[in-house]
Write a protein that binds this ligand. Structure first.
Ligand SMILES: Nc1nc2c(ncn2[C@@H]2O[C@H](COP(=O)(O)OP(=O)(O)OP(=O)(O)O)[C@@H](O)[C@H]2O)c(=O)[nH]1
Ligand SMILES: [Mg+2]
Length: 345
């Protein structure tokens, strides 16, 4: 592997023999060593009147929470896809004004009605915990459709939160102007009358800066929790792993993407290009064949797109080496969930 620098221009060519090898190799790789890229949070001195707080971004799957987080941050750190349940873990987005405030947005997995397996349970717990801990709760709804039964349940959860609730009706670009009044009214009955509400488009960044100003207005007085230059708590290699998973969500069909997990095996930051080796786990052998595709075409496409996104994020040339392995029913297994980062502690 070490001398394959001539493959930098494109994703590594996948040779027939390697594909064969991947098709027969069912073992689950044990190696993983987390690297600390950003320093730990530290409290710092702060000017008088300084504000800070945690802002939970919650709502049903696919409402646009991660799109909004990226828009508020002005940078893509959270993955986004048209599939529900894209986000699996809590992800912070930190915005700091050195004199005035530090706001810590907490993107969460979509709140679903029913947990089907341990992964769902973890996701649901993660969202509910953030909701209960937020100084401010941004309840994001998809305004392109009328409220659903799930929205009503989430409304009841949000009503019990101790933080200030702001109702964010997203995807307003998909609501015809003549429907806008009725649609906002349909959602507004789900929250107390005095609740501030917004009718925005995260994708088109419409209404996002007004929302941001209101968040700052409601932020309590408090210290800076993170160094001012820090924008998230997630390690770079974990964002990279998410960017690979994003391509699985975008490129693979039906139930396959939901059964995938990505593990980074090698992340050689000091090298140029940055060398990354990652394993994609799927639940069945048939899924593995699809993920690799004929002559490795699908895996190559996934790799090329992921590499493009990673290079954009890191502003650096990347060499990405992807492997596919089967980990049957991993979403129900505590040890594998832990290994893929979907468990507490
Ligand atoms: N038209 C339109 N689409 C949007 C908007 N915001 C988000 N989307 C799309 O909605 C889909 C879901 O967006 P995400 O940001 O992944 O939604 P999420 O709430 O984080 O979803 P989960 O992580 O699954 O809970 C994606 O296809 C986005 O491009 C918007 O303002 N307008
Ligand atoms: Mg999301």
């Amino acid at each position: 592997m070490a001398n394959k620098t001539d493959d930098i221009e494109g994703i590594k060519e996948i040779k027939e023999t390697e594909i064969e090898d991947q098709l027969t190799n069912e073992t689950v790789n044990e190696e993983s060593d987390d690297e600390v890229i950003w320093e730990d949070a530290t409290a710092a001195d702060f000017p008088e009147g300084h504000k800070s707080g945690f802002v939970a971004v919650v709502g049903r799957p696919n409402a646009g929470k991660s799109t909004l987080l990226n828009a508020l941050l002005g940078q893509k750190i959270a993955i986004v896809s048209h599939r529900p349940q894209t986000t699996r873990t809590r992800q912070l987005g930190i915005v700091t004004d050195e004199e005035k405030y530090q706001v810590v947005f907490v993107d969460t997995p979509g709140i679903m009605k029913k947990a089907l397996h341990k992964l769902d349970e973890f996701m649901l717990e993660t969202a509910v915990e953030a909701l209960n801990d937020g100084d401010i709760v941004l309840w994001i709804v998809d305004a392109s459709q009328p409220p659903t039964a799930e929205d009503k349940i989430i409304g009841e959860m949000v009503a019990k939160a101790s933080g200030t609730v702001l109702l964010v009706m997203n995807k307003n670009d998909l609501v015809p102007i003549e429907q806008a009044l009725d649609r906002t009214a349909e959602f507004r009955v789900l929250v107390p009358e005095q609740t501030e509400w917004f009718f925005i488009s995260s994708e088109h960044k419409r209404g996002v800066s007004d929302l941001f100003d209101t968040i700052i207005k409601h932020l309590p007085l408090g210290p800076r929790y993170y160094p001012p230059e820090q924008i998230t708590e997630t390690f770079v290699r974990d964002i990279v792993s998410e960017m690979i998973r994003e391509q699985l969500l975008l490129q693979l069909r039906e139930e396959i993407p939901h059964g995938t997990a990505v593990q980074i095996n090698d992340f050689k930051e000091e090298e140029t290009p940055l060398r990354i080796r990652a394993t994609i786990f799927v639940e069945r052998d048939s899924h593995k064949r699809i993920a690799i595709g004929q002559n490795g075409r699908m895996l190559k496409k996934i790799g090329t797109q992921a590499r493009y996104e990673i290079e954009k994020l890191l502003d650096k040339q990347v060499f990405l080496d992807l492997w596919v392995k089967v980990a049957p029913k991993w979403r129900t297994k505590e040890n594998l969930l832990k290994r893929f980062g979907y468990a507490e502690g």
